[in-house]
Design a protein around this ligand. Structure first.
Ligand code: NAD
Length: 465
């Protein structure tokens, strides 16, 4: 159920904000040990509510329990465990060298929290995308207001219980509601806003944040290409593409949005991809307990429109294409022969439709990819080093996996994020900690100081220095 703005008392937002404002300096002074204690309590609460989370996400969009474990609970737990392991080191002031004329001084970086943070999350991974940045914010010593998506109400209900289980509202609080609630929160002066969502909304967030010169992390989306060259063993790689495309019914920011394959491999790839889809979800994916629904009617109709218009423009549906509006179901679908200006090639698909394009020369690939906005992820399948280097060096992306898709998000040692239209700033692990941290430059002068060499009068001797 979407909570309307009227139901969400603005006074409640004000009250929480004021309490957090009064509390954030205190929270900012907490030691690594205290923050680790909070992270452990958070971990425990998530585990306690594991089954409730699985049931809630089943109700919200038919997410299978195994996927809730694998793509929602596990990533947050591993983020917590990684932060616990490294927090003391992350918080420890780091001594840095200084130039010779600064003799007699010492310099170091002090890691202090930004203070009051706002985290706004989307619906596609309702827990992971709200709680993973929260781990970074807690590790960095912030107070946090959390605004989950309005489209996953069952999951939000459980997340509220988890938060209430281990935090006081004056430190961490969930504020439920839709766009109006988001806007009411954005009107407040935060020190950092961490937003995950669509690029168009990211622009609104950044513009609003600029009113307070509030720093932002924007985790956005876009069209992530998958390039498959002529040197690949199709049988080996097909499950890596199929899994990444159809997990969560394609409602994944780093899902392969479209495939660009060497023409000599296209027919073989399509044949194996169709077989792989059936292996994953059976002949009728609608009966599979492992296949999700589209989150709501609005997104169902958007995807339906993309497909229908593509077909009207000459595209061929090679696999799938069936739909059931009563349950927002869209079959895993493969299409070819789309016109270049079709919606499926212009907009982020964010659903289970995979357009496949073929190429002859590598230059065509670069030209196609680089005419679009910089992607959040770019995948390369090849066994030829020269080709891999060529594709990497002539493109840019938030991340690239070679001979794999999407799993980079699971390595907390890597930064996660986009470039320009696909995102600003990085998250996860140490990168996430830094996003919520002010790296304060510290300089201390001991005696003697060389300042006399810089002060007027600028004698002939000083000018020679
Ligand atoms: P969305 O941008 O519509 O909504 C995200 C959040 O912003 C929600 O909480 C929503 O209530 C709020 N919001 C929506 N409109 C707003 C407005 N005008 N002012 C203030 N707040 C507003 O995104 P979505 O549909 O929930 O998610 C899909 C998008 O998110 C896709 O583009 C996808 O690629 C992207 N995404 C990115 C990542 C990432 O890590 N980079 C992860 C998941 C999803």
């Amino acid at each position: 159920m979407v909570t309307s703005f009227n139901e969400t008392d603005i006074a409640v937002i004000d009250a929480i904000y004021d309490q957090q404002k009064a509390n954030y300096r205190q929270v900012g002074k907490t030691t690594a040990r205290e923050r680790i204690r909070k992270l452990k309590a958070f971990e425990k609460a998530i585990l306690r509510f594991r089954v409730d989370l699985q049931e809630a996400m089943k109700k919200d969009f038919h997410k299978p329990a195994a996927e809730v474990d694998l793509t929602e609970i596990y990533p947050v737990l591993s983020e917590i465990r990684f932060a616990i392991k490294h927090l003391k080191d992350w918080m420890r002031p780091k001594k840095v060298p200084h130039p010779t004329p600064m003799i007699g001084s010492s310099s170091w970086v002090r890691y202090e929290p930004k203070g009051m943070s706002l985290i706004i999350a989307p619906w596609n991974y309702p827990m992971q995308l709200l709680f993973a940045p929260l781990v970074s914010a807690i590790a960095a010593g912030n107070v946090v207001m959390l605004k989950p998506s309005e489209f996953t109400s069952h999951t939000v209900e459980v997340m509220k219980q988890i938060i209430a289980n281990c935090f006081e509202e004056h430190e961490i609080a969930i504020v439920e509601g839709g766009v109006e609630v988001s806007k009411a929160l954005l009107a407040k002066k935060f020190h950092h806003i961490f937003f995950t969502g669509a690029p168009e909304i990211g622009k609104i967030i950044m513009a609003t944040a600029s009113k307070h010169l509030c720093s932002v992390t924007l985790e956005l989306g876009g069209k992530s290409p998958t390039i498959i060259d002529e040197t690949v063993n199709i049988k080996t790689i097909v499950s890596r593409v199929a899994w990444a495309k159809y997990v969560n019914a394609g409602q994944v920011c780093i899902a392969p949005d479209y495939v660009l394959i060497h023409e000599s491999k296209k027919a073989e790839f399509i044949q194996h991809l169709c077989a792989q889809i059936q292996k994953q979800y059976g002949k009728d994916a609608i009966d599979s307990p492992d296949y999700l629904r589209i989150i709501n009617q609005k997104h169902f109709l958007r995807l339906k429109g993309y497909l229908e218009k593509a077909v009207l423009g000459g595209a061929k549906v090679i696999y799938g294409g069936t739909m059931d509006e009563t349950q927002n179901y869209i079959e895993p679908t493969i299409i070819t022969d789309m016109s270049v200006d079709s919606d499926v090639l212009k907009h982020e698909i964010f659903g289970p439709i995979l357009p496949i394009l073929s190429y002859r020369d590598k230059e065509e690939v670069i030209d196609f990819v680089n005419r679009k906005e910089k992607p959040l992820a770019l995948y390369i399948y090849s066994s030829n080093k020269k080709n891999i280097n060529y594709f990497v060096e002539n493109t840019t992306a938030g991340a690239t996996c070679v001979n794999m898709s999407s799993v980079h998000v699971g390595n907390p040692n890597l930064p996660f994020g986009g470039v320009n239209n696909s995102g600003i700033g990085k998250s996860r692990g140490h990168y996430g900690f830094i996003e919520f941290t002010n790296e304060r430059a510290m300089f201390k002068q001991r005696l003697p100081s060389a300042i006399e060499l810089m002060t007027p009068p600028y004698t002939a001797f000083k000018q020679k220095l």
